[in-house]
Design a protein around this ligand. Structure first.
Ligand code: GMT
Length: 374
């Protein structure tokens, strides 16, 4: 099938999922056309089955805001016509589902009926989409999509609670390429570059936005490093990074915390990690936690949103209430202080992640496409 995938090309989870999905579908013989403003970060191979079409929004002095969705819908129309695209799959409702709706209407006026699959990812519903400025447009574009999927049951429930939804929403959880993480494990883990062999390695990966509660990450680590010799590896970048560095300095733990910045090789960092921290305020799924678990890294997280569907309390890690740094610290120590316990949690984390293997989940998207096309 010829499929257009619209996503954010940056380090956010929705872009990662969309890119990995496109790559997996192309391997199954589908022709995939990514349409976005920059080549997606995880898309390092373009081939006969993978195309990338850049959306350009030229600057014009009259525009205070550049009309991205207009340019995107025009690019969708052109690409559909030029390549014979059969289906548009948009990731993250804002503004992608809205732009796809416009494209669909333009195409309909030329006698082409191209279905839209919209995948809801999280903040497009819970934080941004729910804002009164966007709400009517988000509800409209969800209701006018041909198929709507959400990445967790929790996000589906939130969508129904927050919007007037007239469509059925199917839950298709995020996925992971288990093989990729197994390969990273087999390759030489360069643990010695970041920590002593006597130290445990604690990792956090995110885009350092407020919702990730970066201060909690540091405070949990602060508590645990008093009991367990360890290093904290902070991967990613974003608005909260500067204040995180200040907090680390204020707590006097600069020599124990490494800020690595954005990385395209998270699997190589997770390969030598002992514990992952995800104390987010809200998280529709928590792809970062799943990536850690696929590397056999147990997770200390908050119990919000879709995280409990991924991280199983007492099995693959522990869950605490949002902001309960004390309980998170205690749970982290519980896992790390005994080698046998740690190894059991590592095994459990890997086993739990296997339920989300790409081979199983990508088939569910494929089936969704086939059902629409009849
Ligand atoms: O909020 C982010 O971290 C980025 C955002 C995105 O859409 O790019 O992530 C959301 O989608 C991810 C992929 O489905 C989920 O794993 C994240 O849990 C979700 N983030 C939130 O709900 C805060």
């Amino acid at each position: 099938m010829k499929i257009a995938i619209v996503c954010y090309p940056t380090f956010g989870g929705s872009g990662v999922v969309a890119t990995e999905l496109g790559i997996a579908l192309s391997r199954k013989g589908h022709e995939i056309h990514f349409i976005t403003y920059k080549q997606p970060v995880r898309l390092d191979l373009l081939g006969p089955n993978i195309h990338f079409h850049e959306v350009n929004v030229p600057e014009y002095p009259l525009f205070h805001y550049q009309p991205y969705e207009l340019a995107l819908s025009s690019k969708l129309v052109d690409t559909v016509k030029l390549y014979g695209i059969e289906l548009m799959h948009v990731h993250y409702a804002i503004p992608h589902a809205y732009a796809a709706y416009m494209a669909k209407q333009m195409l309909l006026s030329e006698g082409l009926n191209i279905p839209i699959v919209t995948t809801l990812h999280g903040t497009d519903i819970t934080l941004v989409g729910n804002h009164p400025f966007y709400k009517p447009a988000v509800a409209f574009s969800i209701n006018t999509s041909d198929v709507v999927t959400s990445v967790s049951q929790s996000l589906k429930d939130d969508t129904i609670r927050l919007f007037d939804i007239k469509k059925n929403i199917s839950v298709i959880p995020n996925f992971i390429d288990i093989k990729k993480y197994e390969e990273a494990k087999k390759a030489e883990c360069q643990r010695h570059l970041l920590a002593l062999s006597s130290e445990k390695i604690i990792t956090h990966v995110s885009n350092f936005r407020k919702v990730k509660r970066i201060d909690d990450v540091i405070n949990v680590f602060y508590a645990l490093q008093k009991k367990i010799s360890s290093k904290l590896i902070m991967v990613g970048d974003g608005p909260e990074k500067e204040s995180a560095e200040e907090l680390v300095s204020k707590l006097g733990i600069i020599d124990k915390v490494v800020f690595l910045g954005k990385s395209n090789e998270v699997d190589k960092i997770l390969c030598f990690s002992d514990l992952f921290l995800l104390p987010s305020e809200t998280e529709s799924f928590g792809l970062a936690a799943l990536e850690a678990m696929a590397s056999g890294v147990p997770v200390i997280s908050s119990n919000t949103g879709g995280i409990p569907e991924v991280n199983i309390d007492g099995v693959s890690g522990y869950l605490s209430n949002v902001g309960d740094v004390e309980s998170m610290g205690k749970n982290a120590i519980k896992i790390l202080q005994n080698e046998e316990v740690l190894n059991q949690f590592k095994l459990n984390a890997k086993k739990t992640a296997e339920k989300f293997d790409l081979e199983t989940i990508v088939g569910q998207y494929e089936q969704t496409y086939f059902n629409i096309k009849g």
